[in-house]
Design a protein around this ligand. Structure first.
Ligand SMILES: Cc1ncc(C[n+]2csc(CCOP(=O)(O)OP(=O)(O)O)c2C)c(N)n1
Ligand SMILES: [Mg+2]
Length: 242
């Protein structure tokens, strides 16, 4: 009988610290499966900065480096330039990639660094207690927008993937989600493409994942997935951006 489901070698067989219904665990698994399937476990280096996934190195069974908050793409640039034969990816939240790290993100993308970026957009600062992120939706309640985000005071949700797609150095940008098994399969395909691009020296590739945060959205796991499908994708449409 064919084995159809198994534990990826690149994922340690331990419980994570993530809340019930959090998307980080799914993303970790899809990356681990991809690394196994591409046979790059001995070559891959993850850069996971501060955020809920700050200890991702505990969960992946391949080389990882920590980065200060917002500095993942600067650290990844250095690693890739010194070790071009390694496959280097960053794993960044919306606070990390689109707030404190906007500068690093834009310039690494514009330089066309041959890197893979996995961007976990959960529309919130998860690790620090659910504050507003650049990608928080209008009307969304967070710890720092208790009455909901208002455009006139807080500005608009930042569509950083669409902005990055304008840059000549950027080769591939796709937005995916986890709200159904079918979407998880699509997310896996996009992640794999972003790694393949680096293997083929294509240049900067980014996959944005709309990922649930039931704890700080104040919703159940199921409500969170429905909210992504019905509300979040209206602001952040799924599909290939570049
Ligand atoms: C220089 C610096 N400033 C602020 C912080 C506090 N801090 C830690 S994580 C974080 C936001 C994390 O949000 P995000 O990147 O979206 O990741 P998530 O936890 O939502 O997965 C902040 C502001 C920090 N660790 N370092
Ligand atoms: Mg976040």
């Amino acid at each position: 009988m064919n084995k159809v489901f198994s534990h990826p070698k690149s994922l340690r067989n331990i419980a994570t610290h993530y809340c019930a219904g959090c998307g980080h665990g799914i993303a970790h698994r899809l990356i681990a499966e991809t690394v196994d399937e591409l046979g790059i476990r001995e070559k891959v280096i993850a850069v996971a900065p501060v955020g809920c996934a700050v200890i991702a190195y505990e969960y992946w069974d391949f080389d990882c480096s920590e980065a200060a908050h917002g500095r993942a793409l600067a650290v990844a640039t250095a690693i890739k330039r010194v070790r071009p034969d390694n496959i280097v990816f960053t794993y960044q939240g919306d606070g990390d990639l689109a707030a404190i790290g906007t500068n690093e993100t834009i310039h690494a993308a514009n330089r066309g660094e041959n890197l893979t970026v996995i961007f976990i957009n959960n529309a919130i600062y998860g690790m620090t207690g659910g504050q507003m992120a650049p990608t928080t939706l209008l009307k969304q309640k967070t710890a720092t927008t208790p009455n909901g985000r208002e455009a006139s005071f807080h500005g608009y949700p930042l569509k950083i993937s669409e902005m990055l797609a304008l840059l000549a150095g950027v080769k591939y940008v796709e937005r995916v989600s986890f709200f159904s098994p079918q979407q998880v399969i699509k997310a896996k395909q996009a992640i794999k493409q972003a790694f393949l691009n680096q293997i083929n020296n294509t240049g900067f590739s980014l996959v944005e994942i709309l990922s649930p945060c039931p704890t700080y959205w104040g919703k159940s796991s199921k409500e969170s997935l429905d909210w992504i499908r019905d509300v979040m994708t209206k602001e952040f449409p799924l599909g290939r951006i570049k």
